[in-house]
Ligand binder design. Structure first.
Ligand SMILES: *[C@@H]1O[C@H](CO)[C@@H](O)[C@H](O)[C@H]1NC(C)=O
Ligand SMILES: *[C@@H]1O[C@H](CO)[C@@H](O)[C@H](O)[C@H]1NC(C)=O
Length: 201
């Protein structure tokens, strides 16, 4: 009995330090492992900030239309998720959720994880969605050249530096090798001439 109370207290401590239960949800500790976070049937329009140690996540039967990219990435211990019966808006942004779902082991009611907008995709399950069905993606403008350069400066800079150091190193070692070769050939010459001197004597 006392060990169980201990477990619950420990779980509460861990859950407190790892992340707060969202106001609109009910969280129950699964021993010391983590939390069941039940946010279902709450008319939520946004996914609330979720505790890191969420193991089971219920978000079904809400009014969720989108999840911003990265929102769910920190839920590393998730084992079960239900996001069915939400009016998902299947524009380009839904791609994050689709890919994230595919990385989950247990997705409950996945046939009922459906698009509700745009009308052409209404009731299409997310896992059936293909890239070319998301027409809005085409409006994404390609990144401009200078943006690319600025963004990658941090990569290009160090690479150039490493290349420079490597080239210097190559040149120096080549010179050294030359010097050693010259020295040794001089030594050989010296030796042979010494031998000849000895022979002639
Ligand atoms: C989650 O909450 C809903 C509504 O409060 C309830 O009906 C459901 O049984 C709960 N599910 C779990 C797994 O606790
Ligand atoms: C959840 O929502 C769907 C449609 O949005 C509805 O058909 C279903 O009955 C709801 N589930 C429950 C248990 O109310």
């Amino acid at each position: 009995m006392t060990t169980r109370v201990g477990f619950v207290l420990l779980a509460m401590c861990i859950s407190g330090s790892v992340g707060q239960c969202p106001h609109s949800c009910i969280c129950t500790a699964i021993e010391w492992k983590g939390l069941t976070v039940n946010c279902s049937f709450r008319q939520l329009t946004e996914v609330p900030p979720l505790p890191y140690n969420t193991i089971r996540l219920f978000l079904q039967n809400n009014s969720l239309t989108r999840v911003s990219a990265g929102t769910l990435d920190r839920l590393l211990n998730l084992q079960e998720v239900d996001i069915s019966h939400n009016p998902w808006s299947c524009d380009c942004d839904i791609w994050y959720l689709k890919v994230w779902l595919e990385s989950q082991t247990l997705v409950r009611n996945s046939p009922h994880v459906q698009c509700s907008a745009p009308p052409s995709l209404s009731r299409t399950p997310l896992y059936h969605l293909s890239g070319n069905q998301l027409s809005d993606c085409r409006t994404l403008r390609p990144i401009k050249c200078h943006q690319f350069f600025v963004r990658d400066l941090f990569l290009i800079g160090p690479s150039l530096l490493i290349l420079l150091i490597f080239t210097c190193f190559l040149i120096i070692t080549k010179r050294l090798a030359c010097r050693v070769a010259i020295n040794s050939s001089r030594n050989i010459r010296r030796l042979t001439s010494a031998k000849n001197v000895l022979k002639s004597k």
